[in-house]
Design a protein around this ligand. Structure first.
Ligand code: ADP
Length: 179
């Protein structure tokens, strides 16, 4: 299943399989691994990713919500993994949208700074962090569109949806978009 304009692609599947410049991980602030997509990335990428995460933790003590750090992709087919920490959904009045938006902006900025042209995102915060999928899709798509309109270093953003619901919400948000 796929949808694409020239700069944005939507696919349903497993982000660990993608041979892009950077895949984004929905990490937690410890950077030391977890479940969901984080677990899948560390499992498939091997111990090198965790080793680099540990060095980052030693240097800066983890990663704050909305921020992002970059590591090797280990055994994965991508070149880098960008780890960002999404907000835990708390009813919507705790700056969740701004924090989620920052995840996309900071990940894309870090990708551009490291020479990446193609970046794949999972549906950050929509798993155990409980962000409503429909609203998360709006934030994700609108933030990425705004970023792409101002930055020409990133040539391709791929939304990788693991489940049908996220896929349909992102697809709806992208309908009619031309970039
Ligand atoms: P968070 O803690 O940010 O909610 P999760 O990993 O629990 O992170 O979920 C984020 C999203 O990642 C969910 O929509 C989940 O379905 C999706 N996901 C889980 N495994 C994968 C994978 N291998 N590839 C892409 N997306 C995945």
């Amino acid at each position: 299943m796929s949808y694409s304009t020239s700069k944005i692609e939507l696919i349903k599947g497993d982000i660990t399989k993608l041979a892009v410049d950077a895949i984004v991980n929905a990490a937690n602030s410890s950077l030391l691994g977890g479940g969901g997509v984080d677990g899948a990335i560390h499992r498939a990428g091997g111990s090198e990713i965790l080793e680099e995460c540990r060095k980052i933790v030693a240097r800066q003590g983890g990663c704050k919500t909305g921020e992002a750090v970059i590591t090797t992709a280990g055994k994965l087919p991508s070149k880098f993994v960008i780890h960002t920490v999404g907000p835990v959904w708390n009813g919507g009045e705790k700056d969740e949208a701004e924090k989620l938006s920052n995840c996309y902006i900071n990940s894309l900025q870090l990708a551009a700074m490291n020479g990446c042209k193609s970046v794949a995102f999972p549906n950050i915060s929509t798993g155990v962090y409980g962000y409503p999928k429909f609203v998360a899709a709006q934030v994700a798509v609108q933030t990425v569109l705004k970023f792409l309109s101002k930055n020409d270093k990133i040539e391709k953003v791929i939304f990788v949806c693991f489940d049908e619901e996220n896929y349909l919400f992102v697809q709806k948000e992208l309908s009619g978009v031309k970039v």
